[in-house]
Design a binder for this molecule. Structure first.
Ligand code: ZN
Ligand code: ZN
Length: 785
């Protein structure tokens, strides 16, 4: 990492060369208006620090051999904290050498405390969200050439490997799933490891958000209890992409006081950031709406342009299929110019072995490969340091992920170009028209609710099985834990005795929950040809993503769902290569069960609380890809589903409605349009996907007696998304109004008020009426307009 970062022989691109490069993209025919914004970030010099005195000489020598001669300051600060037993989260950019910050204290302590005959004295547990990342970490530590007993412990490990790890492992690489299912429930067999545990590394911790974040927070609390039981008190080091609230996020994940190191002292070249909005195409979408060119098609064009100029470019797209399409299209365009260039563009299929990934990295670094189209999965498997430009086809969901992808460009801390190519949806539209929202605002707060009772309940059972829960420990599981323990006792799950709460059943309590599935018992995805289980899908989203006829993208691969068995919770799927995608549409009703908080904005009211949602998937649309053109709508016959969750909602008073001048007949369409766009924008404020949330709008709701728009969390108990919406309502709803107002379409389109999952065929929708309603609402909010 560090070794290549300051290569003095790196060519020094002329100042604002990357700015010119960005502008040159817009010079093609029909592209004049597509470049909505171009910003150049200045160079940032490195700030260095010496090796700490306590660092083990063998470890320092190993890093020096790799070319790391001194540290960047953020590495030194974080390593120092960990060495002193201070829990720390390091939240800096891509390629800023985060792993050195925890490896240095971890490897030093391991070597220092090792017994005279090589017995394990101190150990490190490294936890990552994916196996691929653990493999990379394994390779990187092994390459240091130190005699550290480093090993992975995951679902692929053999019995022999597990035995060896248990007896001898000093640096163990695992994942939250293995902790939950294997290491913690069988902690007594692993007592030697837990007793010696000195450092716990939680890598890529920004992945732990939403319901998954809530699960991992509980797993880490269980880990702390098990360590305490075995007499150890490890220091936690968390590594994260840049997030808005690293200390708070890490604190909620671990339940500990965590110090944040978030100033990035690694050097960076000049970076030009371009925001790109594809033009409208000639064909018409639903209800005659104009439709923009697909982000992936546009990215293929831009990729070809950049590659033909010799610019090493990576295009990030949604699925492997899209990656292949983009690579093929770009190669075809290049062949028209220079047949030699066509062979220097590839699609990254994923699922590669580490050696194959290294080959791709090498080809990019050497320039044999000039263009690569890849899914975001690449974020977790390949270290590309040899790029001049990145194309991001569609906002990747969070500003944190955007900056992470931007960080991929900039060879040898050299200059770089990054282009966001907008998809045809409200969020992307807002961002390309409001560059400050993408480029100037702090990266988002990571959202999850560690106290979600649906998540906490099963983990209390698992914790009780591991070590009976004593009264003094209850608080660490959240404010509702006591109430939950009483409920679990009444239900016969747990037994209360003088010493605390006990699990007295034969089956493993960890089987009560699947930490990867948001909620409900998950559905299995089974390959029909082989009977092999490919993966699982959330109980709460199976109806909308795994219905018969659905095209399902799983880890970048495209599958077609043949049938969905609701009783056995199985979807039969097969690999497919179709030129369309599917989106389910659903109808929803909502009832307020308890208002938890509210704010009056004049006569308008904003509220947050518990709701009962009844929803039913009624049909799905087949859309041609990549254009998005609707081929047909297919009816589905699926039963209603009920969901108890959290929601945020707003209402307007009758006087305010009168003031808008809207006729009663206009109100349903205006509220409906505002609802759709607000769902599209909430992911900008609460780290989530638009598919994680739903909405309902009505000109008159029985529970409020007024015009009401609801946005609810799609997971039982809520994932903290609507709670965040309530907190930031004014900014969120202002952005919603702006998105609708600036969209160039006449009467509503997918970039503003049309929603792909609307069960009412996007009807009625009143674009202008929505702006009017939101104007009244937002102008009643206190504070700045
Ligand atoms: Zn529009
Ligand atoms: Zn709708």
């Amino acid at each position: 990492m560090r070794g290549v970062a300051e290569d003095p022989s790196a060519p020094d691109t002329a100042r604002s060369g990357v700015e010119q490069l960005g502008r040159s993209l817009a010079s093609g025919p029909g592209r004049e208006d597509s470049l909505r914004h171009l910003r150049v970030l200045p160079r940032r010099p490195a700030v260095v620090a010496p090796w700490p005195e306590w660092a083990h000489p063998d470890v320092v020598a190993a890093y020096r051999r790799r070319g790391v001669t001194e540290l960047w300051r953020h590495q030194a600060v974080a390593a120092e904290a960990a060495r002193e037993g201070q829990h720390v989260v390091i939240s800096t950019g891509t390629a800023s050498g985060k792993s050195l910050a925890y490896q240095l204290p971890a490897l030093t302590t391991t070597l220092e405390r090792r017994g005279a005959r090589g017995e394990r004295g101190a150990s490190t547990l490294y936890i990552s969200p994916t196996k691929a990342l653990a493999q990379d970490q394994l390779a990187s530590i092994a390459a240091l050439g130190l005699r550290i007993r480093v090993t992975t412990h995951d679902g692929d490990s053999s019995y022999e490997e597990r035995d060896w790890t248990r007896e001898h492992g000093e640096y163990i690489l695992t994942n939250p799933d293995m902790l939950h299912r294997s290491l913690l429930p069988r902690h007594e067999r692993w007592s030697g490891l837990f007793r010696s545990l000195d450092l716990v590394v939680v890598d890529e911790c920004h992945h732990y958000r939403g319901v998954f974040g809530a699960h991992v927070a509980q797993v880490l609390r269980r880990l702390r209890r098990v360590c305490a039981f075995h007499g150890s008190d490890p220091t936690f080091v968390l590594a994260s992409a840049t997030v808005g609230n690293p200390a708070e996020h890490a604190g909620r994940l671990t339940g500990l006081d965590v110090m944040a190191v978030s100033r990035d002292d690694a050097p960076r070249g000049e970076v030009a950031l371009a925001l790109w909005e594809p033009r409208f195409t000639s064909f018409r979408g639903e209800n005659g709406a104009p439709v923009r060119r697909a982000a992936s098609s546009e990215s293929a064009d831009l990729l070809a342009d950049l590659v033909s100029g010799g610019v090493r470019t990576l295009a990030f797209v949604r699925s492997r299929r899209a990656a292949e399409q983009v690579a093929i299209t770009a190669a075809r365009l290049l062949a028209e110019v220079d047949p030699d260039l066509a062979g220097r563009v590839a699609g990254y299929r994923g699922g590669y072995l580490p050696e194959e990934r290294r080959e791709i990295e090498q080809a990019l670094r050497s320039g044999d490969l000039l263009g690569l189209a890849a899914t975001n999965a690449l974020e977790l498997g390949i270290d590309v340091a040899g790029l001049d430009a990145v194309l991001v086809a569609g906002f990747p969901g969070t500003r944190a992920a955007w900056w992470q992808q931007v960080g991929r460009a900039g060879r040898n801390a050299g200059d770089a170009l990054a282009v966001l190519v907008a998809r045809d949806d409200p969020l992307d539209t807002y961002l390309v028209h409001h560059p400050e929202a993408l480029l100037d605002r702090a990266v988002e707060q990571t959202v999850f609710d560690p106290a979600n009772p649906y998540v906490v309940g099963p983990h209390l059972c698992a914790a009780a099985q591991e070590v009976p829960i004593r009264e003094t420990e209850v608080a660490m599981f959240g404010p509702q834990a006591r109430e939950l323990l009483d409920e679990l006792t009444v239900a016969g799950r747990l037994r209360r005795r003088a010493g605390g709460w006990y699990w007295t059943h034969a089956e493993p309590a960890s089987a009560l929950t699947d930490i990867r599935s948001g909620s409900g018992r998950p559905f299995s995805l089974v390959e029909s040809e082989t009977g092999r289980v490919i993966g699982t899908v959330d109980g709460s989203s199976a109806h909308s993503t795994a219905h018969a006829g659905a095209v399902y993208v799983h880890r970048g691969d495209t599958w077609l769902v043949r049938s969905l068995d609701l009783d056995d919770r199985v979807a039969m799927i097969e690999r497919c290569d179709v030129d369309y995608s599917t989106t389910a549409r659903e109808l929803t009703q909502i009832a307020i069960s308890r208002e938890l908080d509210h704010r009056d904005w004049g006569d308008a009211r904003l509220a947050f609380g518990l709701v009962d949602v009844t929803h039913r998937v009624v049909s799905y649309l087949r859309r041609r890809q990549p254009s998005g053109e609707v081929i047909e709508e297919v009816r589905l016959d699926l039963p209603e589903q009920n969901l108890t969750t959290q929601a945020v909602w707003w209402t307007l008073g009758d006087d305010q409605l009168a003031e808008t001048g809207l006729l009663p007949v206009d109100l349903p369409g205006a509220a409906h349009a505002a609802e759709h766009c607000s769902i599209g924008l909430l992911p900008l404020f609460a780290t989530c996907d638009r598919w994680d949330i739903g909405g309902v709008s009505t000109a008159h709701h029985a529970d409020t007696g007024r015009l009401t728009v609801f946005v609810y969390d799609g997971h039982p108990g809520g994932a903290g998304i609507s709670a965040r919406g309530f907190q930031v309502a004014r900014d969120w709803l202002t952005a919603t109004r702006e998105t609708i107002r600036v969209c160039d379409c006449p009467d509503g389109c997918p970039s503003c008020v049309q929603s792909p999952k609307c069960g009412n065929q996007n009807h009625p929708l009143d674009k202008a009426g929505a702006v009017t309603l939101l104007d009244v609402l937002v102008s009643a909010a206190p504070g700045r307009p």
